[in-house]
Design a binder for this molecule. Structure first.
Ligand SMILES: [Zn+2]
Length: 81
């Protein structure tokens, strides 16, 4: 069990090196969806983001556009571009 935790931390560390938008995440399965539906999320409150399985969840935008739900949630906040 300890080995598994260490491996997860190493993977997390590798990902951190490419994060340019803290708090964002996407699914590693996202590329299988139609291009118009490929998105990333920036809030854990997003119902679509919550459907991403833990093993498919990766940090960062992944080169996708921001999810509509997440964008709507950001309205009124200070993070929207
Ligand atoms: Zn979202």
């Amino acid at each position: 069990m300890a080995k598994r935790t260490r491996r997860a931390q190493q993977a997390d560390h590798l990902y951190r090196g490419s994060i340019d938008a803290p708090g964002t995440y996407h699914s590693t399965e996202e590329y299988k969806r139609p291009a118009a539906e490929q998105v990333y999320h920036n809030t854990d409150q997003c119902p679509e983001g919550r459907e991403i399985l833990p093993e498919h969840r990766a940090p960062g935008p992944g080169g996708y556009r921001l999810c509509d739900v997440c964008r709507d949630m950001a309205v009124g906040g200070s993070t929207a571009p």
